[in-house]
Ligand binder design. Structure first.
Ligand code: ADP
Length: 403
């Protein structure tokens, strides 16, 4: 390869040192002009071939960059974006025609990210940084991996390669884990504090009369039961989420389970003056399900309906079979306090409780989360809710029917 070609090639790779300029062609003085012309022709042909090869390499590089699932950007030593894949254009909202170059600050309006690029450009290194920006109105988090591109002589940076690895989901999962731990601790603390306080009063002999003592024992027992239910619910949800729950599916008649749950809850309904009504299908309609889990689902929905319905109201459980599409829907309808449309989308979230209904009944906000996990994760069904404040609510779930 001739010297001029070597220098031209160095320039193509981004080496901007003055001695690599194509202008610095070898001195041909003192040679035959015919030979000179021939040499120039040969060099021109050689350059054409090399140019063609270089274009091919650039296209190949572009293809490599586009095949990376992360956002990737390559800059040169003059702070221009020379390559960027679609993901990067989406993250920073810019367009770049293939093969064309644009100044960095024309494409990227993100001071913090530009600063990261500048640091690596100025002090050639490898850097990993966390970066957050809003993409399509959504806050996203990235692990940005920046590497300076050094030239063949390794005496400086000719550009920077930046890869943005989207870690939004991991961030969200970590946040949810922290929220979950703090909610669990908060929920456990309430009954524990109460148990501790009543026990202390009893141990210190502050309560002498037997009637008050019995009352305190009752409170301690209730709080301990609440605590144990809470721990059971947390464990059940966690096991389902972790996929380690033991599921024993069989053909189950939902109508029979509704009757069983009604029997358990009837004393509570009677005590609150609430009528329990069933509109069931014949028992020969079965769903393929874990019987104990279905019992839990119906128990949670019906006991909620009783908790959030004032005296004199009605709770109706309806089973609707659609043999055409092969599914059964269970509806639990009450004439209770209802839920506002702001709260409605959050009801199935862990630990979510409607602030207004906290005075009506004790609870942990885990019952509906467990219903959703059992129906959707374990049984591939669907849960839904419709409600009108001060009129009532209908919680329903749909499962495939056993043919
Ligand atoms: P909790 O133990 O608090 O009842 P759930 O997860 O079962 O927990 O329910 C979450 C929240 O949804 C409740 O705190 C209540 O505000 C609301 N809710 C559930 N069922 C009903 C209902 N039938 N009517 C009105 N609000 C309800």
């Amino acid at each position: 390869m001739t010297l001029a070609v070597k220098k031209w090639f160095a320039k193509l790779l981004g080496d901007n040192s003055p001695d690599s300029s194509i202008a610095a062609l070898p001195n041909r003085s003192g040679t035959n002009p015919k030979d000179d012309l021939e040499t120039v022709r040969l060099e021109r042909d050689e350059l054409k071939i090399l140019n063609h090869l270089a274009q091919k390499r650039i296209r190949y590089l572009e293809a490599v960059l586009h095949s990376i699932p992360e956002a990737a950007i390559v800059t040169d030593s003059s702070d221009r974006v020379i390559l960027a894949n679609d993901k990067a254009k989406e993250v920073f909202q810019f367009s770049l025609v293939e093969g064309s170059h644009k100044q960095l600050n024309e494409c990227i309006h993100d001071e913090k990210f530009l600063d990261l690029l500048k640091q690596v450009q100025q002090f050639p290194s490898h850097k990993v940084a966390e970066h957050s920006r809003s993409v399509a109105n959504e806050q996203r988090w990235y692990n940005v991996i920046l590497s300076s591109i050094t030239n063949v002589h390794k005496n400086g940076s000719v550009g920077v390669l930046a890869i943005l690895h989207d870690v939004t989901r991991e961030k969200e999962a970590a946040r949810m884990k922290t929220d979950f731990v703090s909610s669990v601790s908060h929920e456990l603390r309430t009954p524990l504090t109460s148990i501790k306080a009543y026990l202390e009063m009893l141990i210190d002999g502050e309560v002498q009369d037997q009637q008050t003592q019995q009352k305190f024992y009752g409170i301690i027992q209730n709080e301990a039961t609440r605590l144990s239910k809470l721990v059971d619910n947390i464990l059940n949800i966690s096991r389902i989420e972790a996929g380690v729950v033991k599921v024993s599916k069989q053909n189950v008649p939902l109508a029979a389970i509704v009757k069983e749950v009604f029997e358990v809850l009837r004393p509570q309904a009677d005590a609150s003056g609430i009528s329990l009504v069933d509109e069931l299908t014949p028992v020969f309609f079965h769903v393929r399900a874990d019987r104990e889990m279905m019992r839990q689902v119906l128990f949670n929905l019906i006991s909620n309906a009783l908790k959030y319905t004032p005296q004199g109201g009605t709770v109706t459980v309806r089973l609707l079979v659609d043999e055409g599409i092969g599914q059964v829907t269970a509806e639990v309808t009450d004439t209770g306090v209802g839920v506002s449309k702001e709260d409605l989308p959050h009801l199935f979230e862990k630990f979510y409780r409607v602030s207004g209904s906290k005075n009506m009944a004790k609870g942990s906000g885990l019952g509906l989360a467990l219903v959703k996990e059992i129906v959707e994760t374990v049984h591939n069904g669907r849960v839904s809710v419709a409600s009108t404040p001060n009129e009532g609510s209908t919680f329903s779930f749909t499962l495939p029917l056993v043919s």
